[in-house]
Design a protein around this ligand. Structure first.
Ligand code: NAP
Length: 219
């Protein structure tokens, strides 16, 4: 299996790369900063410099050629303004999905966020509103495509060690935390569960072992 991770130097992306590389899955990490290449290599993935706010769909497609799955793990991140929520959290996902369609990479996992299906409350912080709007628009774009897409909405992310125990279900599971380790482990399990597709799933830490939670969805 060959998996291409967009935003390959992200905290979840690096964890996912390590898990997949340990399973002998070939992983390519698309990064925008060449200084991040060594970290990506150390995680067991092949870094490719590909700034998703600057490249053409043809360039992204060249990286996806022959891959089995694409994972959108990029995000403008904390500290970025409203404009980059649109250019990364929405537009870069749309670009990756365009490239996936062109190259026939049907499997597409998108990391979204809880609340992406709701309009921001009037008076909410401008950057938060731009973020959640961008996530919602990226989700809507993906749902309209003829791809084996899967949208994963984690709760509030933490860097605590993974527990292996989750609640993974269709909305709404209720807001709670989830470790990035567990998000990566769920993504890895979902990549091996092609029957789980064209669904929107929410994820928080819970009481069900990850393999069991994914198997239940695939059944
Ligand atoms: N924080 C939360 O509680 C929370 C909750 C739910 C969902 N999420 C979402 O979960 C996702 C992953 O989270 P995370 O913690 O792993 O994020 P992260 O560590 O911030 O990783 C995001 C990655 O995207 C990359 N990126 C940004 N712009 C790019 C571009 N133009 N081209 C290519 N890569 C680009 C960043 O690279 P640079 O280092 O070069 O900027 C970074 O490596 C994000 O989409 C986030 O919005 C977060």
């Amino acid at each position: 299996m060959h998996v291409v991770i967009a935003g390959g130097h992200g905290k979840i992306a690096l964890r996912l790369a390590r898990l997949l590389a340990a399973q002998d899955v070939r992983v390519t990490g698309l990064i925008r900063n060449p200084d991040h290449a060594e970290d990506v290599r150390r995680a067991g993935a092949r870094p490719q410099v590909c700034d998703l706010e600057r490249v053409s769909v043809e360039e992204v497609a060249a990286h996806l050629e022959g891959a089995d799955a694409a994972v959108f793990a990029a995000g403008a991140g904390p500290g970025s303004g409203a404009a980059r929520k649109d250019t990364v959290d929405r537009a870069a996902s749309v670009l990756l999905a365009d490239a996936a369609e062109r190259t026939g990479v049907r499997r597409f996992l998108q990391i979204s966020a809880m609340g992406a299906d709701r309009l921001p409350r009037p008076g909410s912080d401008e950057v938060w509103a731009a973020y959640i709007t961008a996530k919602g628009r990226a989700e809507a774009d993906l749902r309209a495509r003829d791809l084996d897409w899967l949208i994963l909405r984690p709760g509030r992310l933490t860097d605590a060690p993974g527990t292996g125990l989750v609640t993974l279900a269709e909305p709404e599971v209720g807001r709670a935390e989830v470790t990035r380790d567990d998000v990566a482990a769920v993504l890895a399990a979902l990549l091996h569960a092609p029957a789980v597709r064209r669904r929107t799933l929410e994820l928080v830490n819970g009481t069900t072992p990850i393999e069991e939670a994914v198997a239940a969805l695939a059944a």
